[in-house]
Design a protein around this ligand. Structure first.
Ligand code: FAD
Length: 400
C-alpha cells in the first residue's frame, strides 16, 4: 500500500511561549528561511527577535525529505548563494553538533540538444570563474558515474562533484534550537492575520493570538508570501505550484550511489534516498495553486522521460510520496530585499524551488541588510523592484 505523506515537521523542545507585546524584529514563517534568518540575526547580537509560524516549523515546503544542495547555476548571484551555503552545510555538523545527512555525491545535468549543451558550457565557465569545480562530460563519462543513464540519449552532461543533498528538517531544527538558545522567541501555531503599515512604516503584526508592536518584519513565508506582502501593501509576485516526488521501496541491496541527476529537457530528476531512490519531475499540466495532496499525476511524465534517459528507473514501484509547493517568481529567482515604499518591510522569499540550498547564505545576507553592513555579495539584483521594471533582469535560465 502506498503512503502519501512523509511527516518531516520539526519537533521543537520548548513549547510556544506567550506572544510578546513588542519585538525588534518579527520574522514571518518558520521554514528554512525564517529559522536561518532568526539564527543569524541572534548570533550577530540582535535582541528581541520573534519568529511566527502558523503551523509547525518546517511544515511548509521545507518539509521535503531530502533537498539538493548545489552551486551549479548560470547567474553569478545564484552561484554565490549556492557556494556560500555549501560552505555552511559542510561546517554544519561541527558548528551545530548535528548530522544533517549531507552527501556530496555531485550534481549531473543532462544535455540532450545543442542549445542545452551551449547553455551548460557557458554556465560551467561562469561557475569555474567564481571558484567552482564543475566540468563537462561526454555521454560515456556520464554513464560511468551514473550507470542508470542511456548514453545514446545524451549529447553531453555537466558534473559538479561538490554538490549533493541533505535533510532540510534537520537544518531547520538546528537553526531553530540555536536561535532559541540565543534568545529568539519562536511562536508556532500562530497565524499572521494582518500587518499594520500605516504611515508607510511597519507598526505592528496582528496574529490570531494577539498583536506585536514592531518596526521591522521579515517576510519568509514561502509560497504564501504574496498574501502577507499585500497586508503591508508590498507586492511580492509569487505563484504557488505543486511539485511531487516519489520514493521507491527501501531495498535490501541498495541501488548504486549516483549523483543528483537532472535531465534539462524534461526536468526529470533522481537521486539515492537511503537504500531506495527518490524520483521527480515537473508536471507541465499542473495548475498553479496551493494543493499539497500527493497523487500520481506526475508519474506518466516521469516514466516517459525515464524510458529515454534512464530506462531501468521507468515504471518503478513507489512506496511513499510527498507533495510540496514551488514558490515561483516571474523569472524563477528569489526576492531578497527591503521594500522601497514601506519602511521596515523586508523579504526573503520566492525561491522558486531552490530555497533549501540557498537558506544558510540568505540568512547571512538578510542579517547584513538589517544591520546595514557589507555582506559577502550584493543583494540588489534579487530585489523585488526588478518586477516593477526598476532593475535589470537576472540571467538565470535553469527553471528546475
Ligand atoms: C518537490 C519539491 C522539491 C524541492 N527540491 C528542492 C531541492 O532539491 N533543493 C532546494 O534547495 N529546494 C528544493 N525545493 C524548494 C524548497 O523546499 C523551498 O524553496 C524552501 O523550502 C522554501 O523555504 P521557505 O522557508 O522560504 O518557505 P517554507 O518552508 O514554505 O516556509 C514558509 C512558512 O511560512 C508559514 N506561513 C505561511 N503563511 C503564514 C501566516 N499567515 N502566518 C504564519 N506563518 C505562515 C508556513 O506555514 C511555512 O511554514 C523543493 C520543493 C519541492 C516542493
Amino acid at each position: 500500500m502506498h503512503r502519501n505523506h512523509v511527516d518531516n515537521v520539526v519537533p521543537l523542545k520548548a513549547p510556544a511561549g506567550a506572544l510578546p507585546a513588542a519585538a525588534q524584529v518579527v520574522i514571518l514563517g518558520g521554514g528554512i528561511m525564517g529559522t536561518s534568518i532568526a539564527y543569524h540575526l541572534a548570533e550577530a547580537g540582535v535582541r528581541n527577535v520573534v519568529l511566527i509560524e502558523r503551523n509547525s516549523l518546517g511544515s511548509g515546503s521545507s518539509a521535503k525529505p531530502l533537498g539538493g544542495v548545489r552551486a551549479t547555476f548560470s547567474d553569478p548571484g545564484n552561484i554565490k548563494l549556492g557556494h556560500r551555503s555549501l560552505e555552511a552545510f559542510e561546517r554544519f555538523g561541527e558548528k551545530f553538533r548535528t548530522d544533517i545527512g549531507l552527501h556530496q555525491v555531485g550534481y549531473l545535468f543532462l544535455c540532450r540538444n545543442e542549445a542545452e549543451v551551449l547553455q551548460v558550457e557557458d554556465s560551467t565557465h561562469i561557475q569555474n570563474r567564481l571558484g567552482g569545480s564543475s566540468r563537462m562530460l561526454t555521454p560515456e563519462e556520464a554513464q560511468e558515474i551514473n550507470p542508470f543513464l542511456e548514453p545514446k540519449a545524451l549529447l553531453a552532461a555537466s558534473y559538479s562533484p561538490r554538490d549533493g543533498f541533505a535533510q532540510p528538517s534537520k537544518v531547520v531544527k538546528a537553526y531553530a534550537e540555536a536561535a532559541q538558545e540565543l534568545g529568539v522567541t519562536i511562536c508556532q501555531d500562530t497565524e499572521v492575520l494582518d500587518i499594520d503599515a500605516s504611515g508607510d512604516a511597519v507598526q505592528a503584526v496582528h496574529t490570531n493570538r494577539g498583536s506585536i508592536r514592531t518596526s521591522t518584519v521579515i517576510c519568509a513565508a514561502g509560497a504564501w508570501s504574496t498574501r502577507l506582502g499585500a497586508m503591508a501593501g508590498v507586492h511580492l509576485p509569487i505563484q504557488a505550484v505543486r511539485r511531487q516526488i516519489g520514493m521507491t521501496p527501501q531495498l535490501s541491496t541498495p541501488f548504486p550511489t549516483v549523483p543528483f541527476t537532472l535531465d534539462l529537457s524534461t526536468t526529470l530528476y533522481f537521486h539515492n534516498y537511503l537504500n531506495g531512490m527518490l524520483l521527480g519531475i515537473s508536471n507541465q499540466d499542473q495548475e498553479p495553486g496551493f494543493c499539497r495532496e500527493f497523487d500520481y499525476q506526475w508519474l506518466p511524465a516521469f516514466n516517459r522521460a525515464a524510458e529515454v534517459v534512464a530506462p531501468a528507473l521507468a515504471h518503478q514501484e513507489l512506496d511513499v510520496g510527498w507533495a510540496g509547493l514551488y514558490e515561483n517568481t516571474p523569472d524563477h529567482n528569489a526576492m531578497i530585499g527591503s521594500s522601497d515604499t514601506v519602511h521596515g518591510f523586508m523579504y526573503a522569499t520566492g525561491f522558486s524551488g531552490h530555497g533549501f540550498l540557498q537558506g544558510p547564505a540568505v540568512g547571512e545576507l538578510v542579517r547584513d541588510m538589517y544591520l546595514g553592513r557589507e555582506s559577502f555579495m550584493d543583494p540588489e539584483p534579487f530585489s523585488a523592484a526588478r518586477f516593477a521594471g526598476e532593475l535589470s533582469p537576472l540571467r538565470e535560465v535553469h527553471i528546475i
